[in-house]
Design a protein around this ligand. Structure first.
Ligand code: TYM
Length: 335
């Protein structure tokens, strides 16, 4: 079957290794598959404003995320790169979906509950609750059937399918089922708390903000420092056992995904060695992996006209698909 791929990332803060290993790495693999009919990757800036943001720097953050996509290997000859807010059909379709989505489908979702908790209920606005409906609109607007995401997004994928089914049953067959595409790195954990996913938001239990994640833009020294400070489990052996040794297993997953070594090979290589030897090697693996990415990013930063051109061209093409779906939806609804 031909794949029509869509995925997105919020431009909130710096992209980190969790975003890369859980999502972008897969995007790059999928854009090259022969049965990929189209691939669209978005900076979801309307989603990004559901949590605190700075209007003075937001535009820059959106551009920074686009630079990250390109530097990581998204190829504009194979994929479209878009900014969600430049294509108003996303929010139009979200509004339509709002009218068929019961509130009870939304207020039980774990990400909503987590976000409410993180901000002490301070940002309890309709947008936060409605966030997954806009996500369903992002995906279905392009009649996508494959969505490469990390594990935390699975409840949103289920919701997308529920909304599609309900729309089809009310107004006639329009949307196909959508499948998530999960990576092995679908859940990279925080360096400070292996029970929590790696995220840009610091947890109350941990030390300094920023020590929890490795940003794609971190300098070699920052990377070495963060890995050195990463929490480890009791004992001293380098063995992969996510249940009993969640911290070292998480670090091994990162090592495995960024190098050519399997988890087994890593266990063998570090048999008899201690955590600090393993950690200093891991730091070099990460530094070496990020070096070409950072180099490419610097080049792109000096060629913003090229980046703007890529966006304009992609958004124009995406808009054609978006408006055709919206016209079909409106016709079916008598709008
Ligand atoms: P966001 O911006 O939180 O994260 C972007 C992508 O990175 C993945 N991810 C992780 N994967 C593994 N380990 C981690 N620690 C980790 N942290 C983040 C996420 O699973 C995600 O794939 N709602 C989405 C954005 C969105 C979207 C869409 C995604 C909006 N519309 C349509 C797909 C399709 C979000 O907040 O992702």
């Amino acid at each position: 079957m031909e794949s029509r791929i869509f995925s997105g990332i919020r431009p909130s803060g710096k992209l980190h290794l969790g975003n890369y290993l859980g999502a972008i790495k897969n995007w790059i693999e999928l854009q090259d598959k022969p049965n990929t009919e189209r691939a669209i990757f978005a900076v979801v800036d309307y989603h990004g404003i559901t949590t605190p943001f700075n209007p003075k720097t937001y535009r820059q953050q959106v551009m920074d995320t686009i630079l990250d996509f390109l530097a990581a290997g998204i190829d504009p000859k194979k994929s479209l790169l878009i900014r969600q807010s430049k294509i108003p059909e996303h929010t139009e379709l979200a509004w339509i979906f709002n009218t068929i989505t019961p509130v009870s489908w939304l207020d039980r979702l774990p990400t909503y509950r987590e976000k409410l908790g993180e901000t002490d209920g301070k940002y309890n606005h309709v947008g936060l609750l409605d966030y997954p409906v806009l996500m369903a609109a992002d995906i279905l607007l392009y009649k996508s059937n494959l969505v490469p995401v990390g594990e935390d997004q699975l409840p949103h994928m289920d919701l997308t399918n529920e909304i599609a089914k309900k729309f089809n049953s009310m107004f006639g067959q329009t949307f196909e089922p959508v499948k998530p595409h999960l990576a092995i790195g679908a859940r990279i954990m925080s360096l400070q708390d292996p029970a929590k996913k790696m995220s840009k938001t610091p947890s109350a239990s941990s030390g300094q903000a920023g020590d929890e994640y490795i940003a794609l833009s971190d300098s070699p020294d920052e990377i070495r420092d963060k890995i050195k400070k990463a929490v480890t489990d009791s004992g001293n052996e380098i063995v992969f056992d996510p249940a009993k040794k969640p911290a070292i297993s998480n670090l091994m997953t990162i090592y495995h995904l960024l190098s050519q070594n399997s988890v087994n090979e890593i266990e063998k290589k570090y048999g008899g060695k201690n955590y600090s030897e393993f950690k200093s090697d891991l730091a070099e693996v990460v530094v070496n992996f990020l070096n070409p990415f950072q180099e490419k990013r610097r080049e792109l930063k000096n060629d913003l006209t090229y980046v703007e051109d890529v966006l304009m061209e992609s958004e124009e093409k995406a808009k054609i698909i978006a408006s055709s779906t919206l016209t079909e939806v409106k016709q079916k609804m008598g709008l």
